[in-house]
Design a protein around this ligand. Structure first.
Ligand code: HEC
Length: 727
């Protein structure tokens, strides 16, 4: 509508000039050079509400307002699967994690990737139309828990909206990629980041933020789509004084939340967490916004809030607020007084299920958050319909008390080296799930990754850049026997799970030896598509889980596929590449990235015959580049500091996931001057490797180097790497 209005304005201006004779010629000739933008991305709330009538489009992050990620396009089906091939491949300009779901509207694909770069592509050919790089500073990379990723954009009335990693929300001209407006949504002096997709409803665009691992206070903000003016803001936790913020959340924080927090502790200084970093959904029927709220900051509630044993509202909750005003409607807290990083930020999905009186239809909210329970809630009231574990969990007994709270396992509260499952990576993370209304099943990428939360050791002398309140190096040995890594890795796994939300029970599961596989797409042809950690893109039978088809993606995939149709041809796209928290944190346990493949959009179609790019050769040889040095005490200190500061990016036990260099094999680790230039002077800051000089002493960083080289030789001793000169 914006553009149409503009064209009319220009026309009437010209007509007025024509009436003025001579002058009109001049004006008209200059008018020829005035570039009127093509009318593109004409999506508004009504069109998205009717998304089902236009299955050729994929208009929102989750495919429609209900975010079911189900398509009724059927050209790609059981019969045509054998002919499904690559239609086009587009390589992203900047590497690192690729997590986004593209949007396709009127022939154009809008997709984001690492460093919040946005790409507009011809959806038929993959030809680039424009690229917008918001130029996030490399320094900001260390503010993120899980890489400089971006999960997607929103499109509305000729504009593309992107949440930028450094906290900006920007509106771009969909035709040119030029910035129309840009607002800073956070206090940039704090470790806030944005990785989630904005959502548009009516005349507003809404965005949350991330940062609870480092220490911030969570909230969501709704802005006017046209002007970028703040319309309302909802804080998910109180401020330290428990005073009004002048925000939509004021009344309900005073009425419900303030008393669930004590008056002292780390939450007062560090914000308390509760960031809404992923799912924020518009419920068109109830005209409300559903917000998935994150974990506590720090994780350990004894440190976060030592003066109370309150629930710490609204941590780990699903919150419903009025779409126009942001005022509270209802909430359901999935994990009262969260202590395990059990975010409830995961995908919120809306559906009408036969769960009403007498088997009638009931509009429900579904979520499978990190804590391993599948929740079904009444969308209008927030009433709990069912809460059932969808995978192994040992933080509760499986029962609920009279007040509806989960009954906790004592060991999961004491946390004296009890391996809790799910761990902080979650039984289900941001990787999108999908719902097929025909089968009635929800397809969930499930993880099983236990974790030691150790609160027995004093964390007061910790130098961790993460603010979790547990010992970051819990259970980390400096020396360990051969086979240890394989044994640890063997504890982890995952499934693609088909879950019946009405019966609250599993239907089928495809097991994987590696967790954190890709997001899911469901189609009316009875197919479920998923990319995985093995570099395959797979089609499964929606009824049985039978593997029907697969194709190599060269790199591994964490992002969810989506589908669209142009000129009678159905396309199927998925992002692949190195990245996502999965290949970032530890190679041996979550699966190593398939080389350092660039991020790509890979698009399939029936009869597609493009060839995939050849895999990149691995350039770094897994062999120590320096003799071992240092005493055991230095290695011990190095291990501690590495676990506190480096492992989030360079991998647990110093084993990289392949995204970020494996320091054991780095030539830079072998040279103390080069090491100092990188680690203390920050010469690689642009690439996101910040200086640690302000945070760690020279003794600390020297110890980390000694530890890293010692770990390289340990790998040789354990048969996991070759000594120099061997092959
Ligand atoms: C926020 C993520 C992040 C953290 C935390 C981090 N690094 Fe890095 N580091 C990187 C990235 C990204 C690179 C690669 C930069 C490039 O592209 O050249 C890197 C590269 C390096 C290199 C150069 C390796 C090579 O062969 O090129 C060294 C040495 C290094 N890091 C040491 C450390 C140490 C020591 C710590 C902890 C004190 C640490 N890093 C913490 C992201 C991180």
């Amino acid at each position: 509508m914006v553009h149409l209005f503009r064209i009319i304005t220009i026309l009437s201006f010209m007509l007025a000039l024509v009436a003025c004779g001579q002058e009109a010629d001049r004006a008209a000739s200059s008018e020829v050079t005035l570039q009127t933008p093509a009318v593109v991305a004409q999506v508004d709330t009504d069109r998205i509400k009717n998304a089902a009538a236009e299955p050729e489009m994929w208009m929102t992050y989750g495919g429609g307002y209900d975010e079911q990620r189900h398509s009724t396009l059927g050209q790609i089906n059981r019969d045509t699967l054998p002919e499904l091939g690559v239609g086009w491949v587009y390589e992203m300009a900047k590497p690192r994690g690729a997590e986004a779901t593209p949007i396709v509207v009127d022939g154009v694909m809008y997709v984001s990737s690492a460093w919040s770069v946005v790409y507009a592509l011809d959806a038929k050919t993959g030809e680039e139309k424009w690229v917008y790089d918001p130029e996030v500073s490399g320094k900001d990379a260390a503010k993120g828990c899980c890489d400089v990723v971006n999960r997607g954009v929103a499109v509305h009335n000729g504009r593309v909206f992107v949440g930028v990693f450094d906290g900006r929300l920007e509106a771009l001209d969909a035709a040119s990629g030029e910035v129309v407006w840009s607002v800073v949504t956070v206090d940039q002096s704090k470790p806030y980041t944005i990785t989630g997709a904005p959502r548009v409803f009516k005349d507003k665009v809404i965005i949350g933020n991330a940062g609870a691992e480092l220490g911030v206070r969570g909230y969501v903000s709704a802005y006017n789509v046209n002007s970028g003016a703040l319309a309302w803001r909802f804080y998910t936790v109180p401020n330290p004084e428990k005073k009004p913020d002048g925000a939509a959340s004021d009344d309900i924080l005073a009425a419900l939340a303030n008393d669930t927090w004590g008056d002292a502790g780390a939450w007062v200084t560090d914000g308390g967490g509760g960031t809404a970093w992923d799912s924020i959904v518009y419920d068109t029927v109830n005209d409300q916004i559903l917000i998935g709220v994150g974990n506590g900051s720090p994780w350990n509630p004894d440190i976060r809030d030592p003066d109370s044993d309150g629930d710490n509202l609204f941590l780990s909750s699903i919150l419903a607020v009025d779409a126009d005003t942001g005022r509270y409607r209802w909430h359901y807290q999935t994990t009262p007084r969260d202590r395990w990083d059990y975010t409830a930020t995961q995908q919120i999905m809306l559906a009408d299920l036969p769960l009403g009186d007498g088997g009638g239809s009931r509009r429900v909210v579904m979520q499978a958050p990190k804590n391993g329970f599948f929740y079904v809630l009444d969308a209008a009231s927030g009433e709990l319909v069912s809460a059932t574990p969808f995978t192994n969990q040992n933080w509760t007994t499986g029962e609920f008390d009279e007040s509806g709270r989960p009954v906790l396992m004592e060991e999961a509260v004491d946390l004296a080296l009890y391996a809790v499952v799910p761990g902080p990576t979650g039984a289900h993370n941001w990787h999108p799930m999908a719902f097929n209304p025909d089968t009635g099943l929800v397809y969930i990428p499930v993880n099983e990754i236990p974790f030691f939360y150790d609160k027995t050791r004093n964390v007061a002398d910790s130098k961790s850049i993460w603010n979790i309140g547990y010992d970051a190096a819990a259970g980390w040995p400096v020396e360990y026997p051969a086979g240890t890594l394989a044994a640890v890795s063997g504890l982890d796994g995952g499934t693609l799970l088909a879950w019946d939300p009405v019966k609250a029970e599993p239907r089928w599961a495809v097991p994987f030896p590696l967790p954190l596989n890709g997001g899911v797409l469901s189609t009316t042809a009875g197919l479920v598509f998923q990319g995985n950690k093995f570099g395959d893109f797979v089609a499964y039978d929606a009824e049985t889980g039978e593997r029907l088809w697969s194709h190599s993606l060269v790199g591994n995939a964490a992002a969810a596929p989506m589908t669209y149709e142009i000129d009678g041809e159905q396309y199927l796209s998925v992002l692949s590449g190195w990245g996502s928290v999965s290949s970032l944190i530890a190679g041996f346990t979550y699966g190593e990235a398939k080389g350092k493949e660039p991020a790509r959009v890979i698009t399939f179609k029936v009869g597609g015959n493009e060839t995939m790019p050849a895999p990149l050769a691995k350039v770094v040889s897994a062999t120590p580049k320096s003799p071992i040095f240092g005493e055991p005490e230095q290695h011990q200190l190095g291990m501690q500091r590495f676990a506190e500061n480096c492992h989030f990016c360079h991998g647990a036990f110093a084993v990289s996931g392949g995204v970020i260099p494996d320091l054991r094999w780095s030539a830079i680790s072998a040279n103390d001057e080069a090491w100092d230039q990188v680690v203390r002077e920050g010469v690689l800051e642009k690439q996101g490797m910040v200086s640690f000089a302000g945070h760690l002493t020279k003794e600390d960083t020297d110890a980390i180097r000694a530890y890293v080289i010692q770990q390289a030789w340990l790998a040789v001793a354990n048969g996991n790497a070759s000594a120099p000169g061997e092959n």
